[in-house]
Design a protein around this ligand. Structure first.
Ligand code: B12
Ligand code: SF4
Ligand code: SF4
Length: 361
């Protein structure tokens, strides 16, 4: 007679084997992370910067059972970024994952289908299911390592030899004990490209990131004043940063290799601006940002933070063509952190040297 565990495993296999949205999947036991001390220290040392949500509910993040006492297994899956790495514009840059519709929606659709598939199998109608996709206190990359989806790169990302790191993680807890997958071997070897090429030196050691120095943190998560000693290293990044992934040899064959899945391509119906002028106009009050990007991850930062980030990027790129929209935006802006960056940029761009440099952008 088939046990509940066997029936569940068979059902998972049939679901994942024929779903083209998924790159990899695996199973981890729902148990306390062996890396609890590292996570606790990361928060205690304030390497989480202003991300208070990483300090809150830490116990739940470290132990799924303190969150869901009934959980026995975590099924974790990887699905691709909406856009390939390396597809950001050469000047004003948006992280590859954010150049398409919000990945939480894509994950939710897969989770809904997975749950429906499981619940309709004989003997599994009463199964308990809790889905997560960066929406709950779950240590996702840790579970992904245990579920054999990839190893933990020195750049902190989960990566594997087939897909690099250009994928998101999501998964679900089940109240069924399932055989765990085998973790993958680490193939970083002696490489240190990500550590060496991070523009802001945000890695304290391999696999240890100080969010206080990470462009991704500042441009996505933080809404206040930016650190003066770092912004000149932000380059053209206005939302997120992909440098530590773009330089990774395991990502090279994926860079610019594929078109995004059409259903996730937000750029198809609302293309990204390609110049500082166009970005500046879009990010002004009433410039259309909300309606144009309402289904995109860019809404996490919001119009104001993006305007602040744009000012930094225009300064770094010496893009005098962005000066006029920034001047108009300044006249209507009340936020001190945004005003400060625009003022610094306008001051620099009005210097004779900047005016002499190329203004195309
Ligand atoms: C907070 C957070 C951030 C923060 C902090 C990042 C960080 N490295 O912790 C910020 C805003 C900076 C960020 C940026 C990005 N993020 Co983020 N982020 C998260 C979030 C919400 C939690 C991550 C976390 O737990 N951090 C805490 C620290 C302590 O954990 P850690 O770095 O993973 O590992 C520590 C220990 O576990 C330990 N460790 C454990 N095992 C091992 C093994 C080895 C060998 C080593 C050396 C260490 C080690 O070492 C570390 C101690 O410092 C997750 C979603 C989730 N709920 O899990 C997404 C998530 C990790 N982010 C994701 C992505 C895509 C990104 C970006 C690429 C986005 C972008 N393009 O800008 C960047 C990448 C930056 C980077 N190099 O990590 C994906 C990662 C997908 C993947 N393939 O790995 C996730 C899983 C979201 C998702 N569901 O898709 N992120
Ligand atoms: S995302 Fe960018 S700033 Fe952050 S660690 Fe990676 S390379 Fe450095
Ligand atoms: S760049 Fe090198 S060290 Fe960094 S994650 Fe990739 S293989 Fe590992």
């Amino acid at each position: 007679m088939t046990t509940r565990s066997e029936a569940c495993l068979a059902s998972l296999r049939s679901f994942f084997s024929r779903d083209p949205r998924i790159l990899e999947w695996g199973i981890a036991p729902a148990r306390p992370t062996p890396n609890a001390a590292l996570l606790r220290a990361w928060v205690a040392d304030k390497h989480n910067a202003g991300m208070e949500y990483m300090a809150a509910r830490l116990n739940e993040r470290m132990d799924p059972k303190s969150f869901h006492p009934w959980a026995e297994s975590a099924v974790v899956f990887a699905f691709p970024y909406g856009h390939p790495l390396g597809s950001a514009s050469d000047r004003y840059k948006v992280a590859a994952y954010a150049r398409s519709r919000d990945y939480h929606q894509a994950a939710r659709a897969i989770l809904r289908d997975a749950e429906a598939h499981l619940l309709t199998q004989d003997g599994l109608g009463s199964i308990r299911f809790y889905g997560f996709a960066d929406t709950a206190p779950v240590f996702e990359r840790d579970l992904a390592s245990e579920a054999g989806l990839g190893w933990r790169g020195k750049n902190c990302c989960t990566l594997n030899r087939k897909h690099g790191s250009a994928f998101h993680l999501s998964g679900f807890f089940l109240d069924v004990a399932l055989p765990a997958s085998t973790p993958l071997e680490d193939f970083c070897g002696g490489c240190t490209r990500c550590l060496d090429q991070c523009p802001t030196d945000a890695f304290m050691a391999p696999g240890k990131l100080d969010a206080n120095k990470c462009i991704s943190y500042w441009t996505i998560e933080d809404k206040g004043p930016l650190p003066d000693d770092l912004t000149d290293r932000f380059g053209g990044w206005i939302f997120g940063c992909d440098v530590c992934q773009e330089v990774c040899p395991w990502n090279h064959k994926h860079i610019k290799a594929k078109e995004p899945p059409p259903e996730r391509d937000v750029a198809a119906d609302c293309p990204f601006p390609d110049s500082g002028t166009a970005w500046g106009e879009l990010l002004r009050k009433g410039g259309g940002f909300q309606s144009r990007f309402k289904r995109s991850p860019l809404t996490r930062a919001g119009r104001r933070s993006l305007l602040r980030n744009l000012a930094v990027a225009a300064r770094n790129l010496r893009d005098t063509s962005a000066a006029e929209p920034l001047r108009l935006a300044l006249a209507e802006e009340t936020d001190a952190a945004v005003r400060k960056e625009i003022e610094k940029t306008l001051a620099l761009l009005s210097e004779p040297a900047a005016k002499g440099e190329s203004a195309s952008g």
